[in-house]
Design a protein around this ligand. Structure first.
Ligand SMILES: CC(C)(COP(=O)(O)OP(=O)(O)OC[C@H]1O[C@@H](n2cnc3c(N)ncnc32)[C@H](O)[C@@H]1OP(=O)(O)O)[C@@H](O)C(=O)NCCC(=O)NCCS
Length: 230
């Protein structure tokens, strides 16, 4: 593998990140309409950008191949968020203007976000960190890039006195990564979603991680010396 650059996200990365989102979360199972895919991936990305205050993308030969957006307990600045709010508003208008069949896709996703909201409400823990978005492109998986991204975020959490963090995932994602890397499943729900192939069961999971207890890579200090953070 040629050299990897780990750096903060830039605006010019957004279109590539949307591709990664569509691929990783298998949005094409829900619609084949390219306009709807574009609006939905843009909405998804902007919501993540609004939530995060930590970002790291991995670039190989000038192409973004993975990223982690995270949050720690710190207020996000309104002015910094204004462009994302505006883009989100434009997405909602575009979604409203799509036909009835395509609107159904957006309603399907509401089932997922409602399940997330219920899971966190039922879990009485107070978390001070969150993994907001975590993807490594299909062709680059299994090479330790995901673990490096998580370790770098955990290092950031630890330096900011974050004790515990959480994340949402589902049965169509690679939740095995969390099971194998010291995360604990705190809650789950089963929902049913309509895909292009008909109704399908989907498990919705809430995972947590105790930052103070242990880190997932014992060689953590070395991970920082190996990357360029721009
Ligand atoms: C989750 C994801 C980011 C992991 O990235 P990755 O670069 O492939 O992961 P790594 O190569 O760093 O794996 C680190 C370790 O986790 C293990 N691991 C990864 N997936 C696993 C699985 N499904 N079951 C068990 N172990 C797993 C690896 O084997 C490796 O352990 P090892 O070093 O002991 O062999 C990637 O699979 C992905 O983007 N999936 C689609 C999107 C997604 O599911 N995101 C997260 C949930 S929202």
């Amino acid at each position: 593998m040629s050299s990897l650059v780990y750096r903060k996200i830039r605006k010019s990365d957004y279109s590539r990140v949307k591709e990664l989102i569509i691929e990783a979360f298998k949005f094409k199972q829900y619609t084949s309409n390219s306009k709807v895919l574009d609006i939905f991936s843009e909405t998804y990305l902007r919501r993540c950008l609004l939530a995060q205050n930590y970002s790291q993308v991995v670039e190989e030969n000038g192409e973004v191949i993975g990223l982690l957006l995270g949050k720690i307990n710190k207020k996000n600045k309104f002015l910094k968020n204004a462009p994302n709010l505006l883009s989100l508003f434009i997405c909602w208008v575009r979604a409203l203007l799509t036909d009835k069949k395509n609107k159904a896709f957006f309603l399907e996703y509401k089932k997922v976000s409602d399940a997330y909201a219920n899971l966190i409400k039922e879990c009485n823990d107070n978390f001070d960190g969150e993994v907001v978005l975590f993807i490594v492109g299909e062709k680059c998986r299994g090479k330790g890039i995901g673990r490096r991204l998580v370790n770098n975020y955990l290092y950031f959490c630890k330096s900011n006195n974050v004790r515990s963090l959480y994340l949402f995932t589902d049965s169509k994602c690679n939740y095995g990564f969390y099971d194998n890397n010291g995360f604990e499943r705190m809650g789950q729900k089963q929902i049913n979603v309509n895909t292009v192939n008909g109704p399908s069961d989907l498990g919705i999971y809430l995972y947590s991680y105790k930052v103070g207890e242990y880190l997932i890579n014992k060689q953590l200090p070395n991970t920082r010396s190996n990357f360029v953070n721009q």
